[in-house]
Design a binder for this molecule. Structure first.
Ligand SMILES: CC(C)(COP(=O)(O)OP(=O)(O)OC[C@H]1O[C@@H](n2cnc3c(N)ncnc32)[C@H](O)[C@@H]1OP(=O)(O)O)[C@@H](O)C(=O)NCCC(=O)NCCS
Length: 148
């Protein structure tokens, strides 16, 4: 998935894979991670996606301690446009509904956005900023001169 959506080196991806695998094992053992794998008619994997129960602070109408988050969506390029990702997201939504969560969140890539939008996902209130590089601030209007 990261090779498809970002400009990463092979070494960065391999290192991230190893860390991700360890993290998935840990989350799975804690029963906070599950995934769906779609197969073709010969049992070969063609796409997958996962749901992680993130730890969440209690707030009104949402006692926590977890919130479902969709991640790691990927469909083999030869099988795209056939509804594989949509089917996986529908399963994730059903899982969240069955367990009475009030919402499900994700971060969308350019390719994923239309798929999620069609399934009812909409932009939320999240804001973010880089803290590892200098931030380019938006230009502020010149201070208004006091009338003489
Ligand atoms: C994003 C990605 C996972 C979508 O996978 P996909 O299996 O092709 O997605 P779907 O087939 O469910 O939906 C894609 C298109 O197929 C169409 N489609 C065809 N049959 C369909 C069906 N039975 N049900 C739903 N959609 C169907 C949809 O209309 C949709 O078209 P649109 O999004 O252009 O409007 C895939 O492009 C991918 O792996 N991209 C690279 C990695 C990435 O960006 N991952 C997402 C990170 S958030």
């Amino acid at each position: 998935m990261f090779r498809a959506i970002g400009d990463y080196t092979r070494a960065e991806l391999d290192a991230a894979d190893r860390r991700y695998r360890r993290w998935v094992r840990r989350m799975s053992r804690a029963k906070r991670f599950l995934a769906w794998i779609a197969e073709d008619d010969r049992g070969r994997p063609i796409g997958s996606g996962a749901l992680w129960l993130t730890e969440a602070q209690p707030r009104p109408r949402d006692p926590g301690p977890y919130r479902p988050y969709v991640l790691s969506m990927y469909t083999d390029p030869r099988h795209r446009g056939a509804g594989v990702a949509s089917a996986i997201v529908r399963h994730a939504v059903q899982y969240a509904k069955d367990r009475r969560y009030s919402r499900i969140t994700l971060h969308a890539s350019e390719m994923g956005r239309p798929v999620y939008a069609r399934l009812g996902f909409e932009p939320g209130s999240e804001m973010r900023r880089r803290v590892d590089v200098p931030v380019r601030r938006p230009r502020t209007p010149a201070r208004r001169r006091r009338p003489r």
